[in-house]
Design a protein around this ligand. Structure first.
Ligand SMILES: Cc1ncc(COP(=O)(O)O)c(C=O)c1O
Length: 364
């Protein structure tokens, strides 16, 4: 089976550090967590960083740090994983769906401006499938209207626009280290920000509301435990050291696919000038003549795992029923995109061969 993903870490790379953790019995809040936290900060260039249990908890804490409350409106990119909307909904705030570009798959500036009201408190821009194209344009708008910009960079570690790394563009950014991502800690996430106030809030809230006063805990607020463990941090440290190489290697594989599919009618996600895309997911729009779902089933039967691009949030059963505001471009992309396997030793030839076999046999 050609699987969709393959992690960029093996046991031997972390063996020594894991032995050290097990023999010391120091599983949490230790030197590895501190190092990974610092590494994320220096890699992204952001002033502050925090490690979390997932991008979902990172996004929740980002929203809390800017005091999002019941009935506040938060405008979000509509082509994403449901967590982007769920974190807003969970706080009793209102997720307002902004449609995306059919080329970059990212939030359209004109759609954002159309949705801004006096109740708008924040915008969550999603680097769709790791692509930050257009985020600086969105930032200009949020600055103009004095609205906080949160970057859902769940997929975007290693990506950048205009030479500025994801995690250092918006007011707050959130990463995921789920196994589908380029860098995985099993489950896990991170928050980065240049804002001292948000950082102060996060420092306390992510540690049960505690500060240390004269060597003793003082619980000055209520708080949470969304902390990453030492074991996870070790995995993160190792992968972050090679993240730029991983990005280069994935772009090479992407180019192989693009070359081989150049006359097929499959169109790759657009990456704008001066953007580095980490190729978190290698996603193409399928031609009109191809039934995407049948293609995915066919490839699966032939031992190749693929999947849809991602989801139209406004079109999921829950949000459609509650808000009835399905965005057409995001819907189109959910129905007409496919993600191909992309990692170091994947056989692009095998994938393309089976794809061509399908195209020969079936039309829509
Ligand atoms: C854009 C986006 N946001 C948020 C998430 C949630 O990430 P996590 O599983 O780390 O909570 C994902 C996960 O796939 C995602 O793709």
């Amino acid at each position: 089976m050609i699987k969709l993903i393959k992690p960029y870490i093996n046991f031997n790379e972390v063996k020594e550090e894991l032995e050290d953790i097990f023999s010391s019995g120091w599983f949490t809040k230790g030197k590895n967590v501190e190092k990974f936290k610092q590494d994320i900060k220096s890699y992204t260039g952001a002033k502050h960083s925090f490690l979390t249990t997932s991008a979902t908890t990172a996004l929740t804490m980002a929203l809390k740090s800017i005091n999002i409350k019941k009935n506040d409106e938060v405008i979000i990119s509509d082509f994403s994983f449901p967590a982007t909307a769920n974190v807003v909904e969970d706080l009793g705030a209102i997720p307002v769906f902004a449609d995306v570009s059919l080329d970059t798959f990212n939030m359209l500036p004109e759609q954002l401006e159309k949705q801004i009201t006096p109740k708008t408190k924040a915008v969550i821009f999603v680097d769709a499938l790791g692509n930050p194209s257009g985020i600086h344009k969105i930032k200009e708008i949020t600055e103009k209207y004095n609205i906080v910009l949160i970057e859902d960079a769940a997929c975007a570690i290693g990506s950048s626009e205009f030479g500025i790394k994801c995690g250092n563009i918006a007011n707050i950014s959130c990463f995921s280290f789920h196994p589908r991502k380029l860098l995985t800690t099993g489950e896990g996430g991170a928050i980065t920000t240049n804002n001292d106030e948000y950082a102060k809030f996060l420092e306390v809230k992510l540690n049960h509301g505690a500060v240390v006063n004269h060597g003793k805990f003082d619980f000055i607020d209520y708080g949470y435990n969304y902390r990453m463990s030492e074991i996870q941090a070790v995995m993160g440290i190792k992968q972050l050291q090679k993240i730029d190489e991983i990005v280069i290697s994935r772009n090479k594989i992407k180019n192989e696919y693009v070359k081989k599919l150049s006359n097929s009618g499959f169109i790759i996600q657009t990456i704008c000038n001066k953007v580095t895309h980490n190729v978190q997911s290698l996603v193409f729009k399928v031609p009109e003549t191809v039934n995407r779902d049948k293609l995915i089933d066919y490839l699966k039967k032939h031992e190749i795992e693929t999947t849809l691009g991602t989801y139209c949030l406004s079109g999921t059963s829950y949000y459609k029923e509650k808000y009835n505001n399905v965005q057409p471009n995001a819907k189109y992309l959910q129905e007409n995109t496919i993600t191909f396997p992309c990692y170091e030793d994947v056989s692009v030839e095998q994938v393309i061969l089976e794809l061509e076999n399908y195209l020969e046999k079936y039309k829509k």
